[in-house]
Design a protein around this ligand. Structure first.
Ligand SMILES: Cc1cc2nc3c(=O)[nH]c(=O)nc-3n(C[C@H](O)[C@H](O)[C@H](O)COP(=O)(O)OP(=O)(O)OC[C@H]3O[C@@H](n4cnc5c(N)ncnc54)[C@H](O)[C@@H]3O)c2cc1C
Length: 340
């Protein structure tokens, strides 16, 4: 297997065009943190993106930065910290900006910071047949055409290689606090969600319940008081917060359902981490229960995708599958990049 290390977007385009001419299959790689979720299949070469790691522009006053797709989250965080800002993604330091966007990771603090795809305002990428495309704009008023950068978000390297992005930033919170109780249950987590105004996250896990608070010091103190009106919670390390860590199990499925259906989704499972109010749950299961989780999520109108283990992809509705196929043919007609 060849490993290719491009330095520029033009290098990536050259690599893609050569692969089309030679009939080779390639997969873009960030930092390989994807556990087992990205099903790259058999490829002839991997394009390692970590040398495209430059900061192209950063002006804190604009609350926007432009960086290359291979920049590591740790480097991005250090740069933004200097400006008192953050890109609110809580993935590991080694993960790359392009990998995080291609995986469309769930933001554990979504209640407060919104969706990952809304933070990506402009993107440069190279299609499977080697065309260099720019989508979106750094200022909202300049946007015309289709939001292709939204299509690329979550595309897991199947449509193109992300070479550069402009990211909308947030001010770093003035105060943060993580409160924990060993009392468990979705009922308790829901009472916390109802009682605490604007929490960053309420996590219901099988062994604890966690409340993440962020904001102005006075606001955080008031939120903590409201939480302690529901149950007694102790302070945990506020810095090492990484969101709901994945359960320890041979298979982990990341399920997404309407928030009110979380209880039904998790009924009977005993290894999970769930994000209240946003409807995400990471469910640990043995080989025998994978299909049951996927079936239940589908019945509830949601999805359950493996992020660890060998669970098969959920079958797609035929109409959606045919749309996927048409989009794939437009971006990657020769199938150089991994299949959806
Ligand atoms: C503790 C822990 C928890 C995690 N929780 C989650 C989770 O909840 N949900 C989740 O989805 N992931 C999760 N992950 C996996 C991982 O952190 C993310 O998927 C991360 O975004 C991967 O970044 P990466 O740079 O390592 O990309 P990689 O793992 O190298 O690649 C991820 C995918 O993106 C594609 N890709 C990479 N770079 C590019 C690029 N520049 N252009 C186009 N495609 C590209 C790859 O082909 C692959 O399909 C977790 C990881 C850890 C260690």
């Amino acid at each position: 297997m060849d490993l290719i290390h491009p330095h520029t977007a033009a290098d990536v385009a050259d690599v893609m065009r050569a692969a089309n001419a030679e009939g080779r299959r390639l997969a873009p790689i960030g930092a390989r943190q994807h556990i087992d979720r990205a099903r790259l299949g058999d490829v002839d070469a991997e394009i390692w993106m970590t040398l495209l790691d430059r900061a192209v522009a950063y002006d804190p006053a604009e609350m926007l930065c432009v960086v290359e797709g291979g920049m590591r989250l740790g480097d991005l965080r250090s740069m933004l910290r200097e400006g008192g800002q953050e890109w609110p993604v809580d993935e590991p330091e080694d993960a790359t900006v392009g990998g995080v966007i291609a995986a469309d990771v769930a933001l554990p603090r979504q209640l407060r910071v919104g969706l990952l795809r809304d933070t990506v305002v402009e993107m440069g990428f190279v299609t499977g047949d080697g065309r260099r495309i720019r989508s979106g704009a750094r200022t909202v008023k300049n946007v015309t055409g289709y939001d292709l950068h939204r299509l690329l978000t979550g595309s897991l390297g199947t449509l193109g290689v992300i070479t550069q992005v402009a990211l909308k930033l947030r001010p770093l919170p003035k105060a943060t606090r993580t409160l924990v109780t060993r009392e468990v249950g979705l009922g308790l987590a829901r009472r916390l969600l109802d009682a605490v105004p604007l929490p960053a996250a309420v996590v219901a896990a099988d062994d604890r319940t966690v409340l993440r608070l962020e904001g102005w010091p006075q606001e955080v103190a008031e939120q903590a008081a409201a939480a302690n009106g529901v149950t007694v919670m102790a302070d945990d390390d506020p810095v090492s917060w990484l969101g709901p860590t994945v359960p320890d199990a041979p298979n982990v499925l990341q399920a997404s359902v309407v928030p009110s259906r979380l209880e039904t989704l998790l009924d009977g499972f005993d290894r999970y981490r769930a994000l209240l109010g946003v409807g995400y749950a990471w469910i640990g299961c043995d080989d025998g229960t994978v299909e049951e989780v996927q079936r239940r999520a589908a019945t509830l109108g949601g999805t359950a995708r493996a992020i660890r283990g060998a669970a098969p992809p959920q079958p797609l509705d035929p109409v959606i599958a045919s749309i996927h196929q048409r989009i794939k043919s437009a971006f990657d007609p020769a199938g150089v990049l991994p299949a959806p």
